[in-house]
Design a binder for this molecule. Structure first.
Ligand code: GLY
Ligand code: MN
Length: 463
């Protein structure tokens, strides 16, 4: 946990933006996976963590913006809890540790919130995404779960996004710690990958590294010789020479901060000519992003620059044709690069995605494009100093998508379908780093994980 001062300052900053009403924050409860006492590993809601720091189940809070009062709700341990889970500091002690001096048992929450509602004041809440929270909000506010997203408070969402987007120095230190562990995970894959080992063995090894470092994984590991499947969580294959292995994985610190890095390596330890050629294009796009990210640049522009490098490289390889400008304007690169260049990262690996992409990924100037290929970008907004974003371009050969486009005779002025025939079993390449936006540019976070062809081959040779 950070110092109590940190949480007090964050809540004070929120109060400064929120002019009236009160906000209710529901921390997470334990979530059973087969019966009530046998639960998934606990993960606190990230906004609750950000403002209240308490990383355990069954907390709730109200911030009364009109009266400047802060209420924390939690239950002191019973003898039963002590027998099964051990002694815990009192609710009042924990409240004090995050700078709150009014704490109450959970059972009093409906009453206190009810009184605020009865006075006709607005109750702000963030859009819930867990069933348990939706039911709790329904009980407290009478808003049916399927109306809660639309009735969530836009002013609270905007205020929270504004605060959480700009990382404090101590948050950056946490993210760097997550990335340090993430580095160890990727280096482990590079050292252990070889024909005959299974994806599952490597996945287990890197999940262990995340846990041994005190935290866990920040999202389910993507580790596959079928890197063309973007979020492939199946680890059922055995590695074989000739294939590429794509690993997109990250650690989360005990305080909840994420790392998210992708590396793609040749199972044999040496890129063949074709793999190397495609790899160099993705690497160039990844570097272009880090070269141009700076405050005020729209991330949409960054994405288009990455797409341009990819289209240009594929034209030079003879897989696309025309000019890169025209190809990107027509969206032809999307056949090979069907995702956005990055997303915000922090307490969530896709930071604040639950608050709505129109707030976290876009701003008042930059709205989601309706243009083909750009309409699914998670992030287009202008960058600011203190943002942490990912830089993750890729090139994939997805046979079903190629067949669909070819069948529709789509964008034939830009795609050399004939030349793609021999790439159907190529797989996919993605390279991902995490960038901190600085005053004038950006910094790649973490110590360098092998990334060039030479560095990867050297690491795989155990030199
Ligand atoms: N690392 C997974 C993703 O960014 O979607
Ligand atoms: Mn990512």
């Amino acid at each position: 946990m950070f110092s109590s001062d940190t949480y007090q300052k964050r809540r004070a900053a929120l109060r400064e933006t929120m002019s009236s009403g009160a906000a209710v924050f529901l921390g997470h409860r334990d979530s059973p996976f087969n019966y009530a006492a046998n639960c998934y590993p606990f993960r606190q809601d990230s906004s609750f963590l950000y403002f209240f720091g308490l990383n355990e189940p069954d907390w709730a809070a109200i911030l009364d913006f009109d009266e400047g009062r802060e209420y924390l709700f939690g239950n002191d341990t019973t003898m039963d809890d002590i027998i099964w889970m051990g002694e815990q500091p009192s609710v009042a002690t924990k409240a004090a540790s995050v700078g709150i001096n009014e704490s109450f048992p959970c059972a009093t929450l409906p009453d206190i919130l009810g009184k605020i509602r009865q006075s006709g004041r607005a109750i702000h809440f963030l859009p819930p995404y867990r069933g348990e929270t939706k039911l709790e909000l329904f009980k407290l506010l009478g808003i049916p779960p399927d109306e809660q997203k639309e009735k969530a408070s836009e002013s609270l969402i905007r205020a929270v996004v504004r605060l959480r987007s700009v990382k404090e120095a101590q948050e950056i230190a946490q993210i760097e710690q997550a990335i340090e562990t993430t580095c160890q995970m990727h280096t482990c894959v590079m050292r252990r990958a070889r024909a005959g080992i299974t994806e599952q063995e490597l996945t287990d090894a890197i999940e262990n590294i995340a846990r041994q470092n005190g935290g866990t994984i920040s999202f389910p590991v993507i580790l596959s010789i079928n890197g063309q499947i973007l979020h492939n969580h199946c680890h059922g294959n055995t590695l074989r020479n000739g294939r590429l292995l794509l690993t997109d994985a990250g650690a989360e610190t005990a305080m909840g901060y994420a790392g998210d890095i992708t590396r793609t390596i040749p199972v044999s330890g040496q890129f063949d000519e074709r793999q190397r050629a495609v790899y160099e294009i993705v690497l160039q796009a990844n570097r272009k992003v880090a070269e141009i990210c700076r405050p005020e640049i729209p991330f949409l522009e960054v994405h288009l620059a990455a797409a341009h490098v990819i289209a240009d490289g594929l034209i030079r390889m003879g897989l696309m044709k025309g000019t890169a400008e025209d190809a990107v304007a027509a969206g032809a690169h999307v056949l090979f690069f069907p995702h956005g260049t990055g997303h915000m990262m922090g307490l969530d690996v896709h930071d604040m995605e639950n608050l709505g992409e129109q707030y976290t990924g876009y701003d008042d100037d930059i709205q989601r494009s309706r243009q083909f290929g750009l309409s699914n970008l998670r992030m287009g907004r202008r960058l600011k100093e203190g943002f942490v974003v990912t830089d993750e371009p890729g090139i994939y050969f997805i046979p079903a998508l190629i067949d669909q486009w070819e069948g529709e005779k789509k964008l034939r002025d830009f795609i050399r379908y004939e030349a793609l025939k021999s790439f159907r079993d190529f797989g996919g390449i993605r390279i991902e780093d995490d960038l901190l936006i600085t005053k004038k540019g950006c910094r790649v976070l973490g110590k360098a994980i092998p990334k060039t062809v030479e560095e990867i081959e050297k690491t795989m040779r155990h030199d």
